[in-house]
Design a protein around this ligand. Structure first.
Ligand code: GRF
Length: 197
């Protein structure tokens, strides 16, 4: 198996980051986190990374002239830490086409809906309003269009009749925490099957 070096990009709470930290701390997990980047200086996830002794830094869009300069700073920092796979985990900045093209195939995201249904924000509220009986989450490759790249893993949860956005969100989040590490494992195991070039 290949030990994948992960860069995890966050903007807030970082519970999916925590799930990846916990998975990587298990001896048999084929990946390790080399870097956490937040675009928000006050993201709770930064403290989680520091507690786990993982290099954690902020790259704030406001410190960079335009989006391209911001993307370039991200790319350079990720490359400097020699990461193999970039995991977006609640990263709320939209990445430009150049960044996406540069990391294509090595850039994944977790989204709290059964894509292609409900891309974007407020997924749980929209699923409840539409009367869905099933919701879930998706880990997917990132492509130029938001929340639309090839799906790596997906898992469903039921929508209960009395669900609110919060109760459904918590049910989905519990599955996210299992699914994201599972997807990273899958990518690492796939990589190990490829012949060395
Ligand atoms: C998760 O629901 C994830 O699917 C979405 O943003 C949320 C991030 O939560 N992309 P957390 O910061 O990982 O707790």
């Amino acid at each position: 198996m290949v030990d994948l070096k992960l860069a995890v990009l966050i903007s807030g709470r970082g519970s999916n980051l925590q799930a990846l930290i916990d998975a990587c701390s298990r001896g048999d997990f084929p990946a390790g986190i080399v870097l956490v980047i937040s675009n928000k200086p006050d993201a709770q996830g930064l403290a989680r990374a520091r507690t786990a002794k993982i290099p954690a830094l902020t790259i704030d869009r406001r410190d960079h002239g335009d989006r391209e300069a911001f993307d370039e700073a991200l790319s350079q920092t990720i490359s400097a830490h020699d990461a193999d796979l970039v995991c977006l985990a609640g990263f709320m900045a939209i990445l430009g086409n150049k960044f996406v093209a540069r990391w294509r195939g090595r850039l994944i995201n977790i989204h709290p809906s059964l894509l292609p249904a409900y891309p974007g924000l407020d997924t749980h509220a929209r699923a409840i309003a539409a009367g869905e009986s099933t919701a879930g989450c998706t880990v997917h490759h990132v492509t130029a269009e938001v929340d639309s790249g090839p799906i790596i893993l997906q898992e469903t949860v039921p929508v209960e009749p009395d669900d609110t956005e919060e109760t459904l969100g918590l049910r989905v989040l519990a599955v996210e925490h299992r699914l994201y590490p599972q997807a990273v494992r899958l990518i690492a195991e796939e990589g190990s099957k490829r012949p060395a070039l």
